[in-house]
Ligand binder design. Structure first.
Ligand code: F6P
Length: 401
């Protein structure tokens, strides 16, 4: 491809890009789009910061040299990493590496000095709620110290819990991964008349569990927004549902539980799927001997658990994620071109736009106080109604109509 960047007599603008927090498919597609728009349309230089803000510290300490980090229209120059730019469109993970532990605020000075050393005019950060909050703190500190930390954020997470954007990079691919897993599990569940419990990621948000559960044909979907605790009422509801399926001749069941759902005591369980399967076993044994016709056929309930884990963050990004990543990457560069900093790109009503990061932070802080996800499934909304109305057990919900 012939590159004809817009040229002028000034030094080209220099922007950085980094990924922060847990990875997800589509991050590399954002990088590709950013590099293409920044270099082809504007003639800027793009620098990939390795391992989130840690990369700035490594630069400062001389462990990496600025020229090593340059991403150009031919791809990535760091030896050993993927060469070529267009391949990035299809790869999951982050070629930049990412960090989801530690507190960068403790190394704020080094990070800011590394940023200055690279001579960046602006930084693009791909992150979820936690990373956006951390980077905002750094940005405030930089401004207090009189240095210019110009940044824009691109929301990414399989949890889909970033406020203001209807969807984040990586979510659609994860929905498809879980949907496929549910389909695959259906046949082994059916062959053995089993109750298959599937634990799905999402932190405190039920989006991934709810959307993939509906798409994947689940019989029950438990999410923190609707069934925050696996109390007796919920356990009886699930058992009643399994019994009902059996009355119709269905001897197996697929039950999706979001990892944010808590145990009977309201505590988080690392393996809430295992906990739920044990509870189903216990309750069904108990209930089938009560003589209650609702539960009388619950003999020999056999449960198995699948915890999908990080497979949910794997796989080539879907076309929807590639499109979103590309549109978000382009928008991030346009925001910088217009000097419109401290913004997060969002997808709303079928188009890309942006909101001030301060608005996003407000929502994140509010949610933290309330101990809920910053963006949540509406318990009265169309997803829950759709699930309920096609006969999926979602809990004892009281919907107006
Ligand atoms: O936020 C994304 C996510 O995959 C969550 O769904 C999950 O709880 C968490 O990250 C897992 O984090 P880690 O990769 O640190 O185990």
């Amino acid at each position: 491809m012939t590159v004809t960047p817009k040229t002028n007599n000034h030094k080209p603008k220099r922007i950085g890009i980094l990924t922060s927090g847990g990875d997800c498919p589509g991050l590399n597609a954002v990088i590709r789009a950013v590099v293409k728009v920044a270099t082809f349309k504007y003639g800027w230089e793009v620098y990939g910061i390795p391992y989130g803000t840690d990369g700035f510290i490594e630069l400062l300490l001389g462990k990496r040299q600025p020229e090593e980090l340059r991403i150009n229209e031919h791809g990535y120059d760091i030896p050993g990493l993927v060469q070529g730019l267009d391949i990035l469109h299809f790869l999951s993970g982050s070629v930049l590496g990412s960090v989801s532990k530690g507190d960068p605020a403790q190394h704020a000075d080094e990070i800011l000095q590394g940023y200055e050393k690279l001579g960046l005019n602006a930084l693009i950060v791909m992150g979820g709620d936690g990373s956006i909050e951390i980077l905002e703190k750094l940005s405030r500190q930089a401004n207090e110290q009189g240095s210019s930390w110009n940044w824009v954020a691109v929301p990414k997470t399989i949890d889909n819990d970033v406020p203001y954007t209807e969807v984040s990079v990586g979510f659609d691919t994860a929905v498809n991964r879980v949907t496929q897993a549910l389909y695959d599990l259906t046949f082994t569940a059916a062959s053995h008349d089993r109750v298959m419990v599937v634990q799905v990621m999402g932190r405190d948000s039920g989006y991934l569990a709810m959307e993939s559960g509906i798409a994947g044909g689940a019989d029950a979907i438990l999410i923190p927004e609707v069934t925050p605790i696996l109390d007796e009422q919920v356990m009886k509801g699930i058992c009643r549902h399994i019994a009902k399926l059996r009355r119709y001749g269905r001897r197996f069941a697929l039950i999706v539980v979001a990892e944010g759902v808590k145990n009977l005591l309201g505590k988080k369980e690392h393996y809430i799927g295992d906990y739920l399967a044990n509870q189903i076993q216990e309750y069904s044994n108990k209930l089938c001997t009560t003589g209650d016709p609702d539960y009388c056929n619950l003999d020999k309930v056999d449960t198995r658990v699948t915890t999908l884990g990080h497979l949910q963050r794997a796989g080539t990004p879907t076309s929807t994620d590639r499109l979103l990543a590309t549109a978000f990457g382009r928008e991030a560069v346009e925001l910088i071109a217009n000097g419109n900093f401290n913004q997060m790109v969002i997808w709303q009503n079928g188009r890309v736009s942006s909101v001030p990061i301060s608005h996003v932070i407000e929502q994140i802080e509010k949610a933290r106080k309330e101990k809920v996800a910053p963006s949540r499934v509406d318990p009265q909304g169309f997803l829950v109604r759709t699930a309920r109305d096609i006969g999926i057990y979602v809990g004892e919900v009281d919907l107006a109509s």
